[in-house]
Design a protein around this ligand. Structure first.
Ligand SMILES: [Zn+2]
Length: 251
């Protein structure tokens, strides 16, 4: 009954204007950012955190985004394949929120339980007009899927806990993973895009409620301090370049 390994799975790169990354910035400069998924192996089962882009969305991205990069290897099913896993081997798929760069692969996990916050699930079906472009209904309108809708912090398995971190979206969640050697790691999801968001307590530019987003960052920092853990941001190119990538694992 324990966490064994954590794998960083790259799901290609896209670009974002700085104004979308940092609340209050008005720069149209584009930056290349990684799309990230994480796999957690425990003695009880296998947990995926975030599912990246839908393969359906990749051709359009490659056409329209000059900084996009996406190879065959970047497909989530291929990333799992390298680890000797098929989609059906994943027990729980925790989705930080239902934006298209996090929920795009949910459809492949028909046998898994899809874990999201109830509020996120509801909002994604009826988003406000300003936020609708980030929710692709096809990603989560999955009649066959088994959804587990949470309301707040939840322990999913020994050493694996969902942390509610609203702000970026109305029902955002992060994942605390307690690794045997590395210690606690918080997979922030889009509660923290970059290390700079953590250090400067800066809300993302794409945001439902900037004040709550800032509170979420502060809360994760407090938890990291109290547990002696680290926060792993979701879209930080510098962080991504420097960490262990699958098939290497954090243990
Ligand atoms: Zn994102």
């Amino acid at each position: 009954m324990a966490v064994q390994e954590l794998y960083a799975l790259q799901n290609g790169f896209m670009s974002a204007q700085r104004s979308l990354l940092f609340y209050g910035e008005f720069s149209g400069d584009r930056v290349q950012i990684p799309i990230t998924c994480w796999l957690v192996k425990t003695t009880d089962g296998t947990i995926l955190f975030d599912t990246g882009l839908s393969p359906r969305a990749v051709p359009g991205l490659m056409r329209n985004d000059p900084l996009a990069r996406f190879t065959e290897e970047d497909l989530l099913v291929h990333r799992l394949d390298v680890l000797g896993l098929q989609a059906g081997d994943v027990d729980l798929v925790v989705i930080s929120h239902l934006h298209y760069d996090h929920a795009g692969g949910a459809e492949f996990f028909a046998k898994s339980e899809l874990v999201v916050q109830q509020d996120e699930y509801s909002y994604a079906h009826h988003p406000a007009a300003f936020f609708a472009p980030f929710y692709y209904r096809k990603n989560f309108d999955l009649p066959e899927a088994r959804w587990r809708l949470l309301d707040g912090d939840t322990e999913l398995a020994p050493g694996v806990s969902v942390l509610r971190t609203d702000g970026h979206t109305p029902g955002h969640q992060s994942l605390l993973v307690e690794l045997p050697q590395t210690g606690p790691v918080i997979l922030a999801g889009d509660a923290c895009y970059w290390q700079e968001h953590i250090d400067g307590e800066r809300p993302p530019g794409v945001v439902w409620n900037p004040t709550l987003a800032m509170h979420a960052i502060k809360r994760l920092k407090t938890l990291a301090r109290l547990t002696g853990g680290r926060i792993f941001p979701s879209h930080d190119p510098e962080f991504w370049r420097t960490i262990k990538q699958s098939p290497d694992a954090f243990r």
